[in-house]
Design a protein around this ligand. Structure first.
Ligand code: ADP
Length: 248
């Protein structure tokens, strides 16, 4: 339900029970301010994807409220979901095409988005000619076309090899620093969460509840070497301990 409010996204006392009786989320309250990047970590099945589906409006809460500041929401999933018969440029242009933007305008916007994700020169390629990391960049460029004020990420780098994954994290937080959108980012990786986010939320096993939250104070853009700083390791260690359920 879009409303005018100070937060880009808010969950207030949200419960989600499926028709088969499974309770996926219990009393989840969370707000994401404009320009804040919140990462969510938790064991498999704790309700992370459910949280994202509720945020996107694809599903509704059983109790409580979910609000977004406006309708401009971008999505990036693990599967890049590109149309195989369309070139990189034509894939990125798609949202503007559906939005009936003028041809010249949408082409210029798509070229800008491709430049932003580092894919200049690949406009005419078909998706099958690209690596997994490049396909993910195309997916990101396509999502950037509508200038969303809120981005929802469902483990977008989960299927990438380690080196590509680190590189994509660096690219994403550079884009985040430049564009200043709000983000909700689901991941299994503690170091990915700490590297990207301004705040990391830890969820418990089902029914998913928020059990801990950690501010990550490093300014964006963040250098790759941040991952080797003692303060980074300290925060990652605290998040890992919370995930294991160790007392703070
Ligand atoms: P995660 O993304 O953290 O792995 P999910 O949000 O996908 O977890 O799922 C949370 C829990 O809800 C899981 O136990 C899953 O089996 C269950 N679940 C998800 N979707 C449905 C559904 N449509 N009907 C019944 N149970 C579901």
């Amino acid at each position: 339900m879009p409303v005018a409010l100070q937060t880009a996204l808010s969950f207030d006392g949200v419960h989600k029970q499926f028709p088969n009786g499974t309770t996926a989320l219990a009393d989840v309250s969370l707000s994401v301010a404009p320009g804040e990047f919140v990462a969510v970590v938790g064991p498999s099945g704790c309700g992370k994807s459910t949280l994202l589906r509720l945020a996107s409006g694809l599903d509704t809460a059983t109790a409580g409220t979910v609000r977004t500041a406006d309708d401009s929401v971008g999505y990036v999933f693990q599967d890049a979901t590109l149309l195989p018969w369309r070139s990189v440029l034509a894939n990125v242009e798609l949202p503007a095409e559906l939005g009936k933007a003028a041809r010249g305008e949408r082409r210029a916007a798509a070229l800008d988005a491709l430049r932003l994700v580092g894919l200049e020169g690949f406009e005419k390629q078909l998706p099958r000619r690209l690596s997994g990391g490049m396909r993910m960049r195309v997916s990101l460029a396509r999502a950037l076309m509508t200038h969303p004020s809120l981005f929802l990420f469902d483990e977008p780098f989960g299927a990438l090899d380690e080196m590509t994954r680190l590189r994509m994290q660096e690219e994403l937080q550079r884009i985040f620093a430049a564009q200043g959108f709000a983000g909700l980012f689901i991941t299994h990786s503690v170091s990915e969460a700490v590297f990207l986010a301004t705040r990391v939320i830890v969820m418990s096993a089902r029914p998913g509840r928020i059990t801990a939250a950690f501010e990550v104070p490093f300014p964006h853009p963040r250098p790759a070497e941040l991952r080797y700083e003692p303060e980074f390791a300290r925060i990652a260690g605290e998040v890992s301990a919370a995930l294991r359920g160790d007392a703070p």
